[in-house]
Design a protein around this ligand. Structure first.
Ligand code: GDP
Ligand code: MG
Length: 164
């Protein structure tokens, strides 16, 4: 069966933008039992001769840092339970924040393959060095991308399929 790749990260880092860019039209929404887990959105993605299923676990807009962290933990647990590879997305403009470090620790302990992605690197010449601080998360090399500009997808997806 197809490999499953889940995207996890703080609200507004660009998870859904990446998901939509890769998914094209092939998106289906799966509603979870209310109050148990939030809705997940699935899509079929093709990259070179590889096909995989991608899950966007993003949910409602939280309004406090406590809620953000608890939602991220819930997302991460869905990813740990269901994915073969987890894309952990951060935002170069926000920089490295405490919630990133906490969720990275949780993902690292799960022993699942993780691909660390640093989004919103819209101008590689100017901003790629800003992605290096994410090495401090201790979950491997940061892969700079621009989900909106569709930059860096090749190297990121090569890193993902290397785990299949
Ligand atoms: P999510 O909450 O993680 O799913 O984030 P979204 O995909 O909804 O994106 C949050 C905001 O970031 C939106 O305003 C996007 O347009 C913006 N965004 C996403 N990717 C990029 C990017 O590569 N560069 C820039 N500059 N903005 C982006
Ligand atoms: Mg989203």
């Amino acid at each position: 069966s197809k490999a499953v790749v889940a995207v996890v990260g703080r609200p507004n880092v660009g998870k859904s933008t990446l998901f939509n860019a890769l998914a094209g039209e092939r998106i289906s929404i799966v509603e979870d039992t209310p109050g148990v887990t939030r809705d997940r959105i699935y899509a079929d993605v093709s990259w070179l001769d590889h096909e995989f299923t991608m899950i966007d676990t993003g949910g409602i807009e939280p309004d406090s840092s406590d809620i953000i962290l608890s939602q991220m933990r819930e997302q991460a647990q869905i990813a740990i339970d269901t994915a073969d590879v987890i894309i952990f997305m951060t935002d170069v403009r926000q920089g490295l924040v405490d919630a990133d470090a906490k969720v990275a620790d949780m993902l690292r302990r799960s022993k699942k393959p993780i691909v660390l992605v640093v989004n919103k690197v819209d101008d590689f010449d100017k901003h790629v060095m800003d992605s290096y601080e994410f090495y401090n998360l201790g979950i491997g090399d940061p892969h700079p991308i621009s989900a909106a500009g569709k930059l860096g997808f090749g190297d990121m997806l090569d890193a993902v399929i290397a785990h299949f």
